[in-house]
Every structure is written in structure tokens, then in C-alpha cells.
Design a protein around this ligand. Structure first.
Ligand code: ADP
Ligand code: F6P
Length: 351
């Protein structure tokens, strides 16, 4: 039996070595680096873990870059072992750190970044981040350095993918807040303005407003309503006998939460409801990733590692339905992900 076991183990080892060699021959890569960049969110650590574990399994060395592109420029780059990414799947934030680094828009600065990677013998880079970060990844690819992207931004504003990593967790954080605010709004018969994140994209406002049963959802993708029309909606909810009036606004909606709050306050005697404002802010960026985000992060991270090791560059992993595919970075960063405005109509129907 022992001899047979030994023969099977030897065959398995030979097969693994053969696959590793075959996959490396796809790109010949012997080592890759991974970084997180831009606005952080839940699921980044799960993504780093998946990229690292998948590449190590293929016999490729993995380096972690701290503080996003700033760390790439400064050479904050160190080799990872499998243990370095242990126990991080369920942790929010990014243990590598992230940064906003506008100087990366300068080609001379990007040259330093590529020099730092080459000096360590790193053959490819996986970038985890939003639109801006993925634009930086595209620029590195265009300069000839193999780079592959993973979409991660709570705004869900990366086009080409149904979901980015972090969105589901942020959405549930917002929904929990809306449910809590509805409790006190009903107790006091009040109208609430709830501002959520989404610099240029109203996805979080739309999805959380619909799921939270909000009476009004305001997104940057749709002009209006005017502050006067908003006041009329509040009066209408009061006259219809509603116990509260919940209005969810994306921070990028114009003319903005403050403008509405001031107008409603100036006309408070006409509204029926007292009005209060809650800006959710940065709680939306933190927290332990949901099951959905952990699964998405693990799948996308492993997919990205495989693709860059097979020699792909200039693409990102995209979720389409429940399938993953490669999608060109040039297309992904050309425009923001389109908002499904039909959902806005559905929300108004539900009002
Ligand atoms: P996010 O990735 O969350 O959208 P940012 O828009 O701040 O966050 O982008 C993150 C980083 O990506 C920027 O700080 C910068 O280092 C890099 N970046 C953004 N746009 C570009 C660009 N046009 N060219 C090169 N690098 C860019
Ligand atoms: O891009 C994600 C995001 O959370 C936006 O929704 C928000 O407006 C922005 O980042 C905040 O940027 P910062 O973290 O640099 O203040």
C-alpha cells in the first residue's frame, strides 16, 4: 500500500509541477504584485487574500504594495507568504492601506513606479480599486507593464460589471440605517433627509431607497425635482396620512442636501411634518464584508490572478449575471456605470 501511495503522490506532484509550468509559460511570470487604491470599502482584504493564494498555488511569488500608487512610487513593496493573508477575509478596510495619489497622473511618476516593480523582478500588477485606480492601471498597461484590474468601489460606478466589490455591504449598512431612522421618524411623525455616498453615481441612493421604501429618491443622474416640488411631496405624504416621509439623496445630487434642508426649514409651518437631516458619511465605507462581497471578492481575486498569469493585461474582471469575464479597462473607465432609471420609476410606483 505504501509503495502505491508513494507512486500516486509522485504522480500528483509531477502533474502539479507540469500545470504550474504550463500556466507560467502562458505569461512566464515568476512574480506579481497587488495593491488597493482609491476609496476603500468592505471586501478588499478578501480580494487581496484571493489574488495572493491563487498566485502562490501556481508557484508564483506575490508582493504586496502598501498605500496604493503612493506606495508603488515610494517602493513600499514587500513579499507575501500565504500566512500573511490569513484571517483577513472577514475584516473591513484594506490591511495594505490605500491612498489618493494625484501625482500618479504624471507619466514621469508612473515611470518611477514601473522602475520599482522591475527592480524587484515583479512581472505583473493587480490593481484593486474604483474608476480612478483602474484608470491608473490602464495607464501602466499602456506603458507596457502587465496590469489587470479588480473593480472595488462602494459607489458601484464602474461600468462593464454588474457589481463592484463592497457595494453589497455598503447597501446593507445604509438599509439598516434607513430602517432605524424610519422607527424614530414614525414615532415623532417627522420627515427625514438621508444623504448617502455616491460622488457622481446614485446607485447607493436608488438601491437603498427602493429597498428601504423611501418616499423620495434623489440621484445626480436625474435633474430635479426642485426644492419647491420636494416640499410639495412632503405635504402630500402628510395629507395622505403617512406616519413619516423618508427622502434618500446621493451626496452628488444637485443642489444638494443642505439646500433642501434650508428650504424645508424656511417653510416648516406649511409641511405638516417636522424635518430632520442625517448624513450617513463614512460608516458606509467600513464594516465586515457581507457573504455576497466575500464570495465576489474571492472569485474576482482568483480570476484576476489566473488571467494575469495567463498573460492578459489591460483588462479587469467583470461580473455579468453570475459569471465572471474579462472586460477591457479602456471601456470600463471611459464612462461611469449607467444607472437603471427604470428602478426610479418603480420606486415612485411603490410610494
Ligand atoms: P477610485 O479608484 O476609488 O475611483 P480615485 O478616483 O481617487 O479613487 O483614484 C485613485 C487613484 O488612482 C488616484 O489617487 C490616482 O493615484 C490614480 N488615478 C486616478 N485617475 C488617474 C489618471 N487619469 N491617470 C493616472 N492615475 C490616475
Ligand atoms: O468613491 C467612493 C467614495 O466613498 C465616494 O462615494 C465619496 O464621495 C468619496 O469616496 C469620498 O472620498 P474620500 O474618502 O477621499 O473622502
Amino acid at each position: 500500500m505504501d509503495a502505491e501511495r508513494a507512486r500516486i503522490d509522485m504522480l500528483a506532484r509531477t502533474l502539479t509541477e507540469h500545470n504550474d509550468k504550463a500556466s507560467q509559460e502562458g505569461s512566464g511570470m515568476k512574480s506579481i504584485a497587488v495593491l488597493t487604491s482609491g476609496g476603500d470599502g468592505p471586501g478588499l482584504n478578501a480580494t487581496i487574500r484571493a489574488v495572493t493564494r491563487q498566485a502562490l498555488k501556481k508557484g508564483v511569488d506575490v508582493y504586496g504594495v502598501q498605500w496604493g500608487y503612493r506606495g508603488l512610487i515610494n517602493g513600499d513593496i514587500s513579499q507575501f507568504s500565504s500566512r500573511d493573508v490569513g484571517g483577513i477575509m472577514g475584516r473591513g478596510g484594506t490591511f495594505l492601506g490605500t491612498a489618493r495619489c494625484p501625482e500618479f497622473k504624471d507619466v514621469k511618476v508612473r515611470r518611477t513606479a514601473i522602475r520599482n516593480l522591475n527592480q524587484l523582478g515583479i512581472d505583473g500588477l493587480v490593481v484593486i480599486g474604483g474608476n480612478g485606480s483602474l484608470t491608473g492601471a490602464l495607464k501602466l498597461h499602456e506603458m507596457g507593464f502587465p496590469t489587470y484590474g479588480v473593480p472595488a468601489s462602494i459607489d458601484n460606478d464602474v461600468s462593464g460589471t454588474d457589481r463592484a466589490i463592497g457595494v453589497d455591504t455598503a447597501l446593507n449598512t445604509i438599509l439598516d440605517a434607513i430602517d432605524r431612522i424610519k422607527d424614530t421618524a414614525s414615532s415623532h411623525q417627522r420627515a427625514f433627509l438621508i444623504e448617502v455616498m455616491g460622488r457622481d453615481c446614485g446607485y447607493l441612493a436608488l438601491a437603498s431607497g427602493l429597498a428601504g421604501g423611501a418616499e423620495m429618491i434623489l440621484v445626480p443622474e436625474r435633474k430635479g425635482p426642485s426644492v419647491e416640488e420636494i416640499a410639495e411631496e412632503v405635504v402630500d405624504a402628510y395629507v395622505r396620512g403617512k406616519h413619516h416621509c423618508i427622502m434618500v439623496l446621493a451626496e452628488g445630487w444637485e443642489p444638494g442636501t443642505q439646500a433642501v434642508a434650508e428650504y424645508l426649514s424656511a417653510h416648516k409651518d406649511d409641511l405638516g411634518f417636522e424635518v430632520r437631516v442625517t448624513v450617513l458619511g463614512y460608516v458606509q465605507r467600513g464594516g465586515r464584508p457581507s457573504a455576497f462581497d466575500r464570495l465576489l471578492a474571492t472569485r474576482m481575486g482568483a480570476f484576476a490572478a489566473n488571467r494575469i498569469l495567463e498573460g492578459e493585461s489591460g483588462n479587469m474582471v467583470a461580473l455579468r449575471g453570475n459569471k465572471l469575464k474579462s472586460y477591457p479597462l479602456a471601456d470600463a473607465v471611459a464612462e461611469l456605470r449607467e444607472l437603471d432609471l427604470a428602478l426610479l420609476g418603480l420606486a415612485e410606483t411603490m410610494d
